[in-house]
Design a binder for this molecule. Structure first.
Ligand SMILES: Nc1ncnc2c1ncn2[C@@H]1O[C@H](COP(=O)(O)OP(=O)(O)OP(=O)(O)O)[C@@H](O)[C@H]1O
Length: 280
């Protein structure tokens, strides 16, 4: 354990969250109607340019949905709206059937169960794999509590479980900075999983991975499907094919709206999709 780094990390996380805890505290998310995320007609303009144009999308509880589309289609802006980083000019974003995400701040949205993985891995490079997971687990505690709290058997069990899921059991004590790119990505996903998010947004998770790492990532996501809802933004069609297994819906974004939605084979055969994206 490196107490100063641990303190620094815990402090940053606690500061981030302390501002907002009381607002979300006690808030229950209801998934009774089977909907994890409901996005309705969101529009975002940057200096008059519409990055999102009445975008609507529904993700079911436990669903794994891949979002594809050309550069500039609005994929990142959509994730920014869901996670509170960008406020749409108009439209609705609900988590479950009752939580209006547009009235919550970015940290509150994370706290209520929406995890986001950016393209670049952001782990604590100087800490070990175990310490990274430990810190993610304690993120809700105050700094003192995070530093002096000893993990209970249930929490150790959860770390074990996540280590297994992310294929890093053999690297527990390894310094995160020494992991491969793919392993860092898995570790960061593991850190998100420590908070047990109901919805995970993943931005190009396999960019820069080897073929083997990509395949393992697909296996990981397929394991998470059902227990979590996953929204995966990806350009790698082989990976999308692995994830959708010929039976899941994919969504194609173009110019800030949904251009097509359906099985990968269907959207790949869709003339409009070929024209703006796949045929390039
Ligand atoms: N802060 C901003 N200010 C001005 N324009 C922006 C801003 N953020 C995004 N845009 C524009 O909005 C459009 C959508 O961008 P966005 O990053 O959401 O697309 P994307 O589908 O994620 O693209 P990529 O696949 O390249 O990541 C682009 O034309 C982009 O230039």
């Amino acid at each position: 354990m490196t107490p100063d780094l641990m303190a620094d990390g815990a402090e940053r996380l606690a500061r981030h969250r302390s501002k907002t805890t009381s607002v979300v505290e006690g808030e229950q998310v209801y998934f009774g109607q089977g909907v994890a995320l409901y996005v309705d007609e969101i529009t975002v303009s940057f200096d008059g340019f519409r990055a999102l144009n009445k975008l609507s999308l529904t993700i079911d509880v436990g669903e794994l949905r891949c979002i594809i589309g050309p550069n500039g289609a609005g994929k990142t802006t959509m994730m920014d709206c869901i996670t509170g980083k960008t406020r749409p000019d108009s439209g609705t974003v609900f988590f479950g059937s009752n939580v209006d995400l547009l009235r919550l701040s970015e940290p509150q949205i994370a706290q209520i169960g929406v995890g986001r993985k950016f393209q670049k891995p952001t782990v604590y490079e100087q800490l070990s794999v175990f310490e990274n997971l430990e810190l993610a687990l304690k993120a809700d505690r105050g700094v003192r509590a995070a530093l002096f709290h000893r993990l209970g058997s249930e929490q150790l069990g959860r770390i074990e479980e996540v280590l297994k899921l992310i294929h890093l059991q053999g690297e527990v004590q390894r310094t995160a900075g020494l992991l491969s790119h793919g392993q860092k990505q898995w570790l960061e996903i593991g850190m998100l999983l420590m908070q047990d998010p109901k919805l995970l947004l993943l931005d190009e998770p396999v960019a820069g991975m080897t073929d083997e790492e990509t395949e393992r990532t697909a296996e990981l996501f397929l394991t998470l499907e059902g227990k979590h809802s996953l929204v995966v933004v990806e350009h790698d069609m082989k990976f999308v094919d692995q994830l959708t297994q010929g039976r899941k819906k994919v969504t194609v974004l173009h110019e800030g709206s949904v251009l097509a939605e359906g099985l990968l084979s269907d959207v790949q055969a869709n003339e409009k999709v070929v024209e703006v994206y796949l045929g390039r």
